[in-house]
Design a protein around this ligand. Sequence first.
Ligand code: GLC
Ligand code: GLC
Length: 632
Amino acid sequence: MRRLSADWRRDIDEIARLAAEQSGPFDEDLARRYAEHFPLLHPLFVELYGDRDDGLDQLAAVIAEAAASWGVRPRELKLRDAARESDPGWYLSHRMLGGVCYVDRYAGSLAGVRDSIPYFQELGLTYLHLMPLFESPEGNSDGGYAVSSYRRVNPALGTMEELAALAADLRAAGISLVVDFIFNHTSDEHEWARQAVAGEPGYEDFYLIFPDRTMPDAYERTVREIFPDDHPGSFVQLPDGRWIWATFYHFQWDLNYANPAVFRAMTGEMLFLANQGVEVLRMDAVAFIWKRLGTPSESLPEAHLLLRAFNTVLRMAAPSLLFKSEAIVHPDEVIEYVSLEECQLSYNPLQMALTWEALATRDPRMLQQALERRHALPPGTAWVNYVRSHDDIGWTYADEDAAEFGIAAYSHRRFLNDFYVGRFPGSFARGVPFQENPKTGDARVTGTTASLAGVEAGDPAGIDRVLLAHSIALSTGGIPLLYLGDEVAQLNDYSYAEDPAKAGDSRWVHRPARPADRYAERADAATDAGRVYTGLTALIRARQETPEFGGGTLVGFDARHPSVLGYQRPGEGQVILVLANVGDAEAVIDATTFGGFAPTAIDVVRGSDVDLAGGLVLPAHGFVWLRVTPVA
Ligand code: GLC
Ligand code: GLC
């Protein structure tokens, strides 16, 4: 057992030697990447595990995992690594478009997903996130987020071999496969969990288990409740009376990353997935992975060190893989996860929530402020912009941002919850509350895009709101992500309430089975499905033909109208100007507002000329994407 030195130079050769002893000699590529990335990884390990007597052996074990994984990485994927290395910003392209679906609910099985590839191509997808598809407990498995094995596919969906074959088919179709890396917790049926509970040597410290309530009580003084409907606080009791950390469901046990063996084991699982042809890992629940007494145990500095360490290992052994952060937290914290060293991609929960906020209030100011102030990201990184996901909508805006408009953050959240669950008089929305917490007054909202936007309630503006919301996600940069089925205006599915495994989790209301009837109507402009599909595919085409939509640079634009959102996406010599009216009345924009542009503009969705000399009229819930020429 040896400790790490403070200086990586003193450990680099010895660790390579120890790792090679376990995994075989490094080839030239690996040796080069090791030399490049070890100096970054070592200090992270020193910070995380430097006080342990076996720090050096632990790091050697991680490097051995990486070396072994590189040794069996398929040739095709190594070719892809090389291709991505020469085109590192590939995911910033305006041609990127994501889709997300459940394998079983959307396509029955992995074979069904494969059969859907022609449709994905029709839609223009370049990125496909398949919701968790690993072995998990029968009954409630939190939609697969309780993983019992990272190396076995849920047998009802297919096999790991099929997943790898699907990844290859998708690659050939120009689509990158995205899966979750659920690394904060495993299910209570995972082999590690069984061994830990049984007290097997080597596994006792994989989870956070306490003999009585002393430590749980101490932690709970500062930790928030995430799924209060399931259990209060963050701990559940084991049959033998001990308590175990479980942030989410009682059957999802949080891993203990203070133990480097957990880091090493998860490195192995991560690299295994990378070698199946997965191109992006959605890093689930990143904020929760490190715990410390007396803190909220969310977004602690060590969470960032861990992500950097995982990322650095990938750069050695699966260099084309990307991380996407799932941090649904305060916007100041969301952004801390986004960097080339940590997660190159991140959900943009603030833009998502404020899009809905603007539709409810008919007031674009908070969204406008977020776009102007909180949109910029480090070079080379990108937002994943979405209208809604498989999860609830939480109102994660910063209280201090709201205060600038005289908006009281807490009561505004209550209003938004009431509005979207249809409790507010005159609301067009048909959402369902999620995890209402009577102790704190917190709640979140679930519902499909169409149901939240008014289509289910029969509101005449419902379809326009669906298109308006998507027009924002498609035009602010980064990777737009569609929840598949929303492009044909799928509605809430209330049947989950009859399934005991789902009844307690209202997120199932917006995870319907593939709406085959609506897909069949998608070419028929007389149907809701047809109107949304036609409108949305026109936007997708326009985006994919408009290079200004690539990257993420965005500049605000003051439309000088109380219900109109405005922003510019700069290009070479020209600019795409986006205007969106969240109001219920037509908006007349005066010609002087466009004084900085030449009068002739092009509507890039309709392909028509627009004369700005007379101003512009936006219908209620209308929007335009205009190519304009700034004048000096
Ligand atoms: C993530 C998932 C969510 C799940 C939770 C626990 O937030 O998006 O669906 O419930 O993690 O794994
Ligand atoms: C999941 C939950 C969401 C929670 C979040 C925390 O996304 O669905 O409600 O706030 O995890 O990361």
